[in-house]
Ligand binder design. Sequence first.
Ligand code: HEC
Length: 96
Amino acid sequence: MKRRNTIALLACLATVPAYAGEAALKLADDPNAVLVRARCSICHSVDYIQMNSRFIKREGWEAEVRKMVKVMGAPVAEDEFKPIVDYLTRYYGIDQ
Ligand code: HEC
């Protein structure tokens, strides 16, 4: 029983770096990608950004980031809000 738990734990640990690497690769290349990745991949993968990208406009991304900050508690500073929204609108918005 004890051995099984150890194996399960090792399996979990082994998948974490692969998952993070995959998420990092998928974000569009840009100077602000570093900021977006740092702020937006703490609680979930950046896949959440791509999954919503087809139908979100600038106002949508503003509302989304505001919700992440106000409701979820994402640590985004005042002066980081605009660069993050600019980035999301440019690469993952429908009205770029
Ligand atoms: C403090 C934790 C946290 C951080 C940091 C965070 N999010 Fe989220 N995010 C969540 C949670 C919780 C959900 C809802 C997940 C679910 O329903 O499965 C979510 C969902 C989403 C969704 C899916 C749509 C929705 O509203 O449910 C998008 C898009 C998203 N986040 C984008 C972002 C972006 C962009 C950032 C960076 C500014 C970010 N998130 C940072 C917690 C966070």
